[in-house]
Design a binder for this molecule. Structure first.
Ligand SMILES: N[C@@H](CCC[C@H](N)C(=O)O)C(=O)O
Length: 304
């Protein structure tokens, strides 16, 4: 929160949105005046006792947030992203699209190009004009996600007594990508977090399980750090596309031609392109589904 401590005494506006069914509680707070400790975020993201979401998007002006002030000259808005358990993450790809859709809906921006500050740096975003008949859904949103870092070390992913070799991919946040024969082999990810080496991932990791669907076309499931199994993960889809490309001996930096993979997730489809300069673009939808107010009791530090 901001430099001055305040407690919320009146109902707090929120919205609910999703990107390929990775869903978020959105808290508009331009001046960074709302205190959102981890326990409060976890309560808001609770699907039974709260609003429910895989994460929370705290919408703050960059100039008003200590972690984003240095980016204020490039990007007016900062995505203060939190996982469902209240933990902080560097990046959220689906979150960026939903955040941009919120700004568009609130009248802060129009379709076209914008820049958004995140803990993973400033991301360029393009909102396509809404095709006629798309209603509130709007046009697809493309995010320049930055470059992937692929350390050479292999890692192992284990779940339900089975293990797979995996590729370590960093998209600003950490990922382990395992190619499997059947997505069902990943078992009940919701209740059994995959095991990965803590020495490689001291801050935890997002784990993707991937199968081939066709030429440059894959499908995946994901277990997210701090949120459990979700129906989509944008950074995860980027990690998967790059890991699949390297497995298929495709490297745009070598061939000079962009490489595009279609990634199917339980919640929808994302299209991922890696450019010869290494920049990765993610394209998909983003929808705002509801808005309302949060009872201040939910925001109190002690559980009501
Ligand atoms: N769902 C997000 C990723 C959110 C952060 C992740 N759980 C982490 O802790 O790194 C996405 O769409 O990228």
């Amino acid at each position: 929160m901001g430099d001055v401590s305040t407690s919320q005494t009146s109902p707090l506006p929120f919205l609910k949105g999703h990107g390929t069914e990775n869903d978020f509680v959105i808290v508009p707070d331009p001046d960074n005046a709302v205190d959102l400790p981890a326990a409060t975020v976890a309560r808001l993201c609770d699907r039974r006792a709260g609003i429910g979401g895989d994460g929370l998007l705290h919408v703050v002006r960059s100039a008003a947030h200590p972690e984003a002030r240095h980016m204020a000259g490039e990007a007016e808005w900062f995505m203060d992203y939190r996982n469902a358990d209240g933990s902080v993450a560097e990046m959220c790809g689906n979150g960026v699209r939903v955040f941009a859709r919120y700004l568009q809906r609130a009248g802060h921006i129009d379709a076209g190009d914008m820049s958004l500050a995140t803990r993973g740096g400033v991301k360029k975003v393009h909102i396509a004009k809404a095709p006629s008949g798309s209603g509130a859904t709007g046009g697809d949103i493309t995010v320049s996600m930055g470059r992937a870092v692929l350390p050479e070390e292999g890692v192992t992913v284990s779940v339900s007594g089975r293990s797979w070799p995996a590729r370590n991919v960093n998209m600003g946040n950490p990922h382990a990508v395992a190619f499997v024969e059947e997505l069902a082999h990943a078992g009940d990810l919701l209740t059994v977090p995959p095991f990965t080496p803590a020495s490689v991932y001291p801050d935890g990791v997002n784990v993707e399980f991937v199968v081939d669907r066709g030429d440059r076309h894959v499908a995946m499931r994901v277990h997210e750090r701090g949120s459990g199994e979700t129906r989509s993960c944008g950074t995860g889809a980027c990690a998967v596309a790059v890991a699949a490309a390297r497995r298929d001996n495709l490297d745009p930096a070598v061939t000079g031609a962009p490489v595009t993979y279609t990634v199917d997730l339980p919640g929808g489809r994302l299209v991922i392109t890696e450019r010869p300069d290494g920049e990765i673009e993610m394209t998909g939808g983003a929808v705002i589904v509801a808005e309302g107010t949060i009872d201040p009791v939910l925001l109190e530090t002690e559980r009501p």
